[in-house]
Design a protein around this ligand. Structure first.
Ligand SMILES: Cc1cc2nc3c(=O)[nH]c(=O)nc-3n(C[C@H](O)[C@H](O)[C@H](O)COP(=O)(O)OP(=O)(O)OC[C@H]3O[C@@H](n4cnc5c(N)ncnc54)[C@H](O)[C@@H]3O)c2cc1C
Length: 754
């Protein structure tokens, strides 16, 4: 240690920092140490090393995964009638449940050595994404056993005996898991949980053993009504000191077979009219032996760390896959519908107002799916991406909401009227589910992304905090002396970097040679430096207060998220061989994303209580408003890329369910190419100002064209049609839900007559 510096300079700062910097609670420390940082740390450094991004291996399906995707996954979607599930049966059909078990959909993340499919994060994501475009109820049913829950927790922390017994049974669906964390008291704040386990002696298999007596009342638990084993989180106490001297052992996770005395499951909630299994569960004086704690007795009290670790993977896959599915699906269906539907004698996608929405849809679909790929690549490298998973969960579902709203607005009445022909409403209804589960978005955005990101992703913040928390005062000062001065050096460097890049408009910021995308890298490097400097000033002036300034930390989280998504889009463009056709959507994503970055940074600076710091930041980072956002012309070009058939449209859409058995989605997908094929004929009629009948009579159409036009017209009528019900059918639907969809109107008439 530089002792003079430490004595004269560091010591008083150390004293001040002990008071000013955020102290970490037990749950915060566990959450922080459970995850790791990756590309977001480069963005946080203010000087991202682009080679690290570009070196990340692009995820791909293995032959086996592709076969599963083309086989059971597609077959499953063909078996599903989403309207019937949600409006008539209130459940997946029995044969679908069986198909899911037989094909090990519940064991995608369970290693092959334990009877599972052992799929990569990317394959898991692709499968959930595809099923989401067919049925949210089915997707959630598949998602949950593969996300946070017994499977993941056992895989990460289980003892060998637990893994050998449970994993094969979970993989083939003999056991169906649910995970119970949330209760009436504990929603976002799990530490408020009153569900309790008490260490005691009890009887198990005819013997007296040491175990836990459990009492709980959980709610909102997905699969709880049908699960056979519950992964339960509860607070463990040892009042009689049977395990040791500590009474409150803390949050613990155990496996509870639902057949045990005192367990109640079966009651259901109706989550936003989306009929996956979800409900409350209670337990009264349920006894389990100690080795039902996941990981065994030594994992007593380590539940929060285990949850955070499991969440780092699951949260990056499940909801982000559903969100990306919804965004791509919105772009796909809206592009087709806007081409098919005409008003004022023009396809509605030709109108600027509609183009504004479609341009955004195209760019968001491109960028968000890029972020999904990048995240899966990181997870497949075996990384526990806690901050990135939180970014993905919140932003894929925020953007899902925006995309579905855009799609609904463009489809208008067609999207409002409910019935089997409405291919948008099921996803619309699922939006609040995505926003709420696996960490509600407001708390994730305001508290977690920047809260964890700032400490973990900042090059020196965690070292500072660890130094300040060190018990031994001498060691604490020594550690702080090192980390603090490294931090000062970093901030000084960042200040000059941010200044130089801001005042030159980022023109000389470092960037790889990426062809036409190179300026976007430069801009991102510019804003990354501005962000890093602002983060340091926020720490300096707000200290521990920053944790409670959620409006500021929420915006800082948004900026980090925007930069992550945009860098993923840049990587996508590179990975896909710099597709020139996709450049407009990349440019749109960059213009819109950087505009939001600048606006959020402006708002942070405007709201910093220390005005001197705000003025310094303004001077060094934001000389005037420099990001214009996407131009109208660019929005129209991007809109056209999903309005007309294009390679970009296909790439954005990726693998989506395209409809089956003549359903509304299939009709849309059949009609779209027909409308495109007939476009020259329709133009001829418009130029001649004639109806098809008049044109036929005037010899402007040959017989084949006339037949094709008639076919197209009938498909267009079907696309535009909405469902309607007679008073009887309507009454049946609500009083006797089995009436519509299961019976023909003739059968209903016969029944009525009888
Ligand atoms: C359909 C569905 C399925 C679910 N499945 C499961 C499951 O399988 N297992 C399980 O354990 N749980 C499950 N949940 C529970 C889900 O994780 C919780 O609903 C979620 O954690 C939020 O809790 P809450 O609804 O009680 O909201 P609350 O915690 O009451 O929060 C209300 C609002 O306040 C915000 N908020 C809270 N604290 C803060 C803060 N400090 N800063 C800023 N904003 C804050 C939240 O973001 C939210 O917007 C499910 C929920 C639903 C609806």
């Amino acid at each position: 240690m530089n002792s003079l510096r430490a004595k004269i300079l560091t010591r008083p700062i150390h004293r001040w920092a002990k008071k000013a910097l955020p102290a970490l609670s037990q749950t915060e420390s566990e959450a922080l140490t459970a995850g790791e940082v990756w590309w977001e740390a480069e963005l946080f450094s203010g000087n991202p090393d682009w080679s690290k991004l570009l070196d990340v291996k692009t995820p791909q399906l293995s032959v086996e995964e592709q076969l599963f995707f083309d086989g059971p996954c597609q077959e499953l979607c063909g078996m599903i009638d989403d309207w019937k599930i949600n409006q008539i049966d209130g459940d997946l059909p029995a044969e679908v449940w069986q198909f899911l078990r037989d094909n090990k959909f519940f064991g995608m993340i369970i290693p092959k050595s334990h009877g599972g499919l052992g799929f990569s994060a990317f394959a898991h994501s692709e499968i959930v994404r595809y099923i989401s475009t067919r049925s949210v109820a089915a997707a959630v049913t598949v998602m949950v056993p593969n996300s946070l829950g017994p499977g993941e927790l056992l895989h990460q922390f289980g003892t060998d005996e637990q893994k050998d017994y449970w994993l094969p049974r979970l993989a083939d669906g003999r056991e169906l898991p649910a995970f119970g964390l949330t209760s009436a008291e504990a929603g976002s704040d799990a530490s408020a949980m009153v569900d309790e386990g008490v260490i005691c002696k009890g009887h198990w298999d005819g013997e007296e053993v040491l175990g836990i007596r459990l009492n709980w009342a959980k709610r909102y638990i997905t699969l709880s009504p049908v699960c056979t084993v519950l992964g339960l989180a509860f607070k463990l106490r040892d009042p009689d000191a049977l395990l040791g001297n500590e009474e409150g052992l803390g949050i613990t996770c155990a496996l509870v077979p639902t057949g045990l005395d005192g367990v109640e499951t079966g009651r259901r909630h109706l989550p936003s009219s989306t009929m996956f299994m979800n409900g409350p569960t209670t337990g009264k004086d349920v006894f389990i032996p100690l080795d039902y704690i996941i990981g065994g007795p030594e994992f007593a009290g380590k539940g929060w760390m285990m949850l955070m670790s499991a969440l780092a993977a699951g949260r990056g896959i499940s909801l982000p896959s559903m969100g990306c599915a919804a965004i791509a699906y919105s772009a796909h269906t809206t592009g087709a519908y806007a081409r098919i539907r005409e008003q004022f004698n023009l396809p509605i996608g030709k109108f600027g107002g509609v183009q504004a929405r479609m341009g955004r849809l195209a760019a968001d679909a491109y960028a968000m799916d890029a972020a999904r790929h990048l995240t899966c690549a990181g997870l497949d490298e075996g990384r526990a991406l806690s901050v990135i998973s939180a970014i993905m969960k919140a932003h894929a579902t925020f953007k899902m909401r925006e995309a579905i709203n855009d799609a609904m607005d463009v489809h208008s009445g067609k999207a409002v009227i409910d019935g089997p022909s409405n291919y948008l409403l099921p996803l619309y209804r699922a939006v609040p589910i995505g926003i709420t589960v696996e960490g509600a978005n407001i708390v994730t955005r305001s508290l977690i992304i920047f809260g964890q990101g700032s400490i973990r992703a900042h090059p020196h913040m965690l070292d500072n905090i660890l130094a300040l928390q060190e018990f031994d005062p001498h060691k604490s000062l020594e550690m702080f002396d090192k980390s603090f001065w490294a931090h000062v050096g970093h901030t000084t460097m960042t200040l000059f970097r941010a200044w130089g890049r801001a005042w030159t408009g980022g023109r000389f910021a470092p960037a790889p040679d990426a062809g036409k995308a190179t300026p976007i890298y430069r801009q991102l490097a510019r804003w990354s430096a501005a962000y890093a400097l602002t983060a340091d000033f926020a720490f300096l002036t707000l200290g521990g207060e920053l944790k409670r300034k959620e409006m500021i930390s929420g915006r800082m989280g948004d900026i980090l998220s925007e930069m992550y998504i945009l860098s993923a889009a840049l990587k996508r463009w590179e990975d896909e061989g710099r597709q020139n056709a996709d450049l407009p959507v990349l440019e749109y994503a960059a213009a819109a994303g950087l505009k939001r970055v600048q606006a959020a940074l402006d708002e942070v600076i405007n709201n910093l209580p220390a005005r001197w710091a705000a003025w310094i930041l303004k001077f060094f980072t934001l000389p005037g408003s420099t990001v214009a956002g996407p131009s109208d012309q660019l929005a129209a070009i991007c809109s056209d890329l999903i309005f007309e058939p294009s390679a970009t449209r296909n790439r954005i859409t990726g693998q989506l369910f395209k409809g089956a058995n003549g359903d509304a989605l299939q009709v849309l997908n059949d009609c779209y190419p027909k409308v495109i094929d007939m476009a020259p004929v329709m133009k001829r009629l418009r130029d001649a100002k004639k109806s098809p009948e008049e044109a036929l009579e005037a010899g402007l159409l040959d017989d084949a064209e006339w037949a094709n036009l008639k076919e197209m017209k009938s498909l267009v009528d079907k696309v535009v049609a909405v469902d309607e019900y007679s008073p009887d059918e309507f009454a049946d639907l609500y009083r006797n839900p089995t009436a519509i969809g299961n019976q023909s109107s003739d059968e209903r008439a016969i029944e009525a007559a009888e």
